[in-house]
Design a protein around this ligand. Structure first.
Ligand code: MLT
Length: 263
């Protein structure tokens, strides 16, 4: 589906119906199909809305600055366009960074939060240098080089060795993204603010999810978020790395379905 949001023709999945609206924000360098295992399993109990962020999937990247706040504003525009007053807002990794930005700006529109394989800290100086290196790599060698570098961090060694269809799908999702969209997201992530101070301000039901083998945004990061957000629950997904929802959808969906009963 497509709708016009803040000057951008945004592509998104919307399972419709009268279930709890659940807005799912993909990570980097991914697109809305990351959430296919969730919309297939959770609809119609939830109305799952999964957009392609600007510059990813089929949503174009307009000229202009790249910040996490701009992605968050687009998401507000999408909820407005769909007539949704409040939603459970979930994000994986960069999607979680955007969920924090969304909460800071539009808390009254948030019915609950799902923070999956993400972290509240800003990039360290070393992390910022890594972003610059990734920007150079994307510009010089394209999205496939980015996908090749990311793949071993996204899935567990076991999945990489034994589940070729999951491995191929994850790699293809990354390799088909545009260089411009990748660069914009890297800039936005490099310049993102620290969200540690946001944790104590969160007053909605929150589920933190993490793959037990996630080395990018670790179980320790997840535990810090659980401890910092009043009443938050933590679900550790066994045999999963960074793309826990994609690698182990059954366990992820079970945690999400249980959480949705409480919001
Ligand atoms: C993501 O999965 O969205 C990114 O790996 C997050 C990051 O690079 O910080």
């Amino acid at each position: 589906m497509q709708t016009h949001v803040r000057g951008v023709e945004m592509t998104y999945e919307d399972t419709g119906g009268s279930g709890t609206p659940l807005l799912l924000i993909h990570g980097y360098p991914l697109d809305h199909t990351l959430w296919e295992p969730q919309w297939k399993a959770l609809a119609p109990r939830a109305r799952v809305i999964a957009p392609d962020l600007r510059g990813f999937g089929a949503t174009p990247l307009p000229q202009g600055p790249a910040t996490l706040e701009i992605y968050a504003d687009d998401l507000l525009g999408l909820l407005d366009a769909l007539g949704i007053a409040r939603a459970v807002v979930g994000g994986l990794s960069m999607g979680g960074y955007i969920a924090f930005a969304f909460y800071r700006r539009y808390a009254s529109r948030v019915q609950g939060l799902v923070l999956a394989d993400t972290r509240p800290q800003a990039d360290s100086e070393g992390g910022k240098k890594g972003r610059d290196a990734s920007i150079a790599l994307a510009r010089q060698e394209g999205a496939t080089a980015i996908a090749d570098g990311m793949l071993p961090k996204m899935l567990t060694p076991r999945t990489l060795a034994t589940r070729p269809e999951v491995t191929r799908a994850a790699h293809a999702m990354m390799a088909r993204q545009s260089v411009e969209g990748i660069v914009a997201a890297l800039v936005a992530m490099r310049n993102r603010p620290n969200s540690m101070g946001t944790l104590a301000a969160i007053t909605v039901p929150t589920l933190v999810v993490v793959g037990d083998q996630d080395n990018l945004t670790t179980p320790e990061d997840a535990e810090a978020m659980r401890a910092g957000i009043r009443g938050a629950r933590l679900a550790a997904i066994p045999d999963a790395a960074h793309l826990s929802n994609f690698e182990q959808p059954e366990a992820f969906n079970a945690a999400l379905a249980e959480f949705l009963k409480s919001v």
